[in-house]
Design a protein around this ligand. Structure first.
Ligand SMILES: [Mg+2]
Length: 255
């Protein structure tokens, strides 16, 4: 679009309206029965919660260690788990494996309470990302809502979802380690559709990962939204964050 008032407030408003108009939702987003969301990185900021939980663990069990060194070792131990998953296939038990590996790597005995303590801290630090509740409340007026999460620890993950306060808006929560299918396997998406009693092709799936969320959603026959990443040709819509998605949905609802 062109603006005749470039640089003025009017021009800015024109630009904003033009931006939204070009991103209006097409029928595959609106003529559906359910919207399904990834959890970590999409509805909540896992990385910052993890960082805070790791720091609490350091303070509780090895306060003499340098925070940056401990955090780096904690990140390495998570990477080691993902490598083992890539080599041997996905399975439950990320937290225990990771924290055991972490304490081994820093040559300290594993404190008995470390895993539980980390999981408790991670839950406490888990909050809904800005815009998440507004968006879900808006969508809930027209659609069924679900979460599909690739979590490896079932009950701790369920507690984290509850900790965001979004649980009352969700009609289905599918945790990979519980159902035995992990993204990018499209079968986990079909489990979610079945739990929501909707057809997969009548679902929108929103996530922050191309190789896991976009691939799984597309393979399942769903319309996909990619959040907070560079646009990807396989995603049907790209948004910077949930506020932007909420604006687009709100504009579509009022037309
Ligand atoms: Mg994610």
């Amino acid at each position: 679009m062109t603006s005749t008032h470039a640089g003025s407030i009017d021009g800015l408003e024109d630009e904003l309206r033009g931006g939204l108009a070009t991103r209006s939702l097409s029928p595959p987003f609106l003529e559906v029965d359910a919207w399904i969301f990834d959890f970590d990185g999409t509805l909540t900021d896992y990385d910052s919660a993890d960082q805070l939980a790791v720091e609490k663990m350091r303070q509780a069990f090895c306060a003499h260690l340098d925070p940056a060194d401990f955090l780096r070792a904690a990140k390495d131990s998570r990477a080691a788990y993902y490598r083992s998953v890539a080599a041997e296939g996905p399975r439950a038990g990320l937290d225990a494996f990771r924290i055991e590996t972490l304490f081994t790597s820093i040559n300290l005995p594993l404190p008995t309470a470390a895993v539980r303590s980390y999981q408790d801290a991670l839950r406490v630090e888990t909050t809904a990302l800005p815009g998440a509740r507004t968006l879900l409340e808006r969508l809930a007026t027209k659609y069924r809502l679900g979460v599909v999460t690739n979590a490896y620890d079932v009950e701790p993950q369920r507690s984290r979802i509850e900790a965001t306060g979004l649980g009352d808006l969700l009609d289905a929560v599918v945790i990979a380690a519980e159902v035995g299918h992990f993204k990018p396997d499209h079968q986990i998406m079909w489990v979610a559709a079945e739990m929501l009693d909707v057809r997969p092709e009548r679902c929108v799936y929103v996530g922050d990962s191309v190789p896991f969320d976009v691939v799984a959603g597309k393979a399942a026959g769903m319309t996909t939204v990619l959040v907070g990443q560079a646009p990807h040709p396989d995603a049907h819509l790209h948004v910077h964050d949930l506020w932007e998605l909420d604006q687009i949905v709100a504009a579509a609802f009022t037309r």
